[in-house]
Ligand binder design. Structure first.
Ligand code: SF4
Length: 280
């Protein structure tokens, strides 16, 4: 079975507990709804200007980025897929910072990575189709479950590697699956996605999920796409297993001093503006 088929089989069985007549279509409808909420979030995020709440006076940037891309298009100039991916992730996490509606995937602070990579698939990968979106989501969910079960997706426990790092790993696997990768290549993509986020601390300035969090989602999304490209350039053979990198992330997180784990008392948070408590 593919990883997504395993997930679909499980999801259908779970759905049938609640409703014996549930089918694959029931699960598809749920996934389509989640994707629609993600898209709505991006659409709203690119339209909002002004300053984010909280007191840091951070200017929202997604609208300006969107206008700049449109300006280029209006003048017949090419646009770069990276600019779009940055825009998608920025839009979602500015919405999160402003108290807008996001899909927790896997956390709110890291909610921009998966929608940005899904939107990249939707806009730039050809061929693509709704089943590809569903395959992406089911595969991402499988990978996320491994982190949640065997390590942690809480920055308070393991730092930002457990949030942006996990989101990156999930998105890399999902994109690879949607693009037709083998299970081995998918595992490799997920492993690369985390391997290059190991050690990432959680140090939000003034306890707000804004700096570095919003930009960090753009970095996670771009990194996920590159992880997929690296994995799909190979045959799935790789030296570090996903299980090993999950174990390493967990151990690294446990060894991390607590001030680098969502307390906002270390790193950027103390070197720019001090202290508060975070709710990422
Ligand atoms: S609050 Fe911490 S874990 Fe959440 S995105 Fe910001 S730095 Fe990462």
């Amino acid at each position: 079975m593919t990883i997504s088929e395993l997930m679909f089989t499980n999801e259908i069985a779970q759905a049938q507990y609640a409703d014996p007549s549930a089918t694959r279509e029931t699960v598809n409808q749920g996934l389509d709804h989640i994707w629609q909420v993600m898209r709505d979030c991006i659409d709203r995020g690119v339209q909002q200007g002004g300053v984010l709440p909280g007191g840091l006076n951070i200017k929202r940037r997604a609208k300006g980025m969107y206008d700049a891309i449109h300006d280029k298009q209006a003048h017949g100039l090419p646009t770069d897929s990276n600019d779009w991916v940055n825009l998608f992730a920025m839009a979602v996490n500015e919405e999160n910072a402003a108290g807008g509606r996001v899909v927790t995937a896997p956390t709110n602070g890291a909610a921009g990575v998966i929608p940005a990579v899904l939107a990249y698939y939707d806009k730039f990968v050809s061929p693509n189709n709704p089943d590809g979106i569903r395959t992406f989501m089911a595969t991402s969910a499988a990978i996320g479950s491994l982190y949640k079960t065997n390590a942690s997706i809480s920055a308070a426990e393991v730092g930002c590697q457990g949030e942006i790092g996990v989101a990156c790993s999930m998105a890399a696997a999902g994109l690879a699956a949607a693009m037709g990768a083998s299970n081995q290549q998918i595992e490799n993509a997920a492993e690369i996605g985390m391997e290059h986020n190991l050690g990432l601390t959680c140090d939000p300035i003034d306890g707000l999920v804004q700096v570095p969090c919003i930009e960090r989602n753009t970095m996670g999304a771009v990194k996920a796409i590159n992880a997929t490209r690296l994995a799909m350039g190979g045959d799935g053979q790789h030296h570090v297993s996903l299980d090993s990198v999950i174990k390493t992330m967990h151990e690294t997180g446990l060894d991390m001093m607590s001030k680098y784990k969502e307390t906002s008392q270390g790193g950027l948070a103390t070197n720019v503006i001090p202290i508060n408590v975070v709710a990422c």
